[in-house]
Design a protein around this ligand. Sequence first.
Ligand SMILES: [Zn+2]
Length: 251
Amino acid sequence: MKIILTHDADSIAKPIEHILARHDRFTKQDLKAAEKGTINLYNNIEEIVELESELGFHSTFFIPAFLFNLHAISGTLKRIQRKGSEVQLHYVHEQHPQYEGLFAMQKDFFMELIGPVDGVRCHNLWVTEALLKLFHDNGFHYDSSYRAETVNTVEPFAIHENLIEIPIGIMDTDLFGRFHFTEKEAWKYILKELETAKDHRSQSFTLLFHQESFRMKGGRLYAKLLKHFAQQGYECICCCDVPLVQKAKEQ
Ligand SMILES: [Zn+2]
């Protein structure tokens, strides 16, 4: 079984007042560095890629065009693309009669700054049949917005002709924001879900950890998980390496 590594970016910076109000999320060392301004606790993209590269892993980053100023990290994103990371669109849906126009704006802006869009994940995993059709009509080859629990499988599958769905096996914010797990409980839960997928002879399992949670309580499990995957001999890939996605791109 392969592990598909993915990250969303919902923010890349927060004011120091915001950080101090949530000081219990961070280590004392990180807080001190943040107060001095020597570290940005909410932008961990390059650290994540460095750690993954050391272990021979690749991942996909879903980056929004609308949640923050994309210019601020376009250089970073180009650098990680050169290192073999995949960067795709984190689509932000607004319940608005002009949502198709807003979608086109996000896609065009992303393409201008980052490059071609092949895959998408909806912010807050807010996805509908109409949106899947929109992604399909725009030539996207995959979506990764459904939880495995919604579509009853952890395995990628064709959800439309030439549009592959890559279901999310585990999302960090479900573990800590919904289940309110401790790190110990979350670790146990993740390993159990992986075992279940293996028992069902699944070919792959998709993980979503937000990039901004990398230094936070809970999100810190990601680094520990990567080491675990390396020790266990798992191959960790990005979405564009999923065989069904490659096949869809060839057609
Ligand atoms: Zn998001």
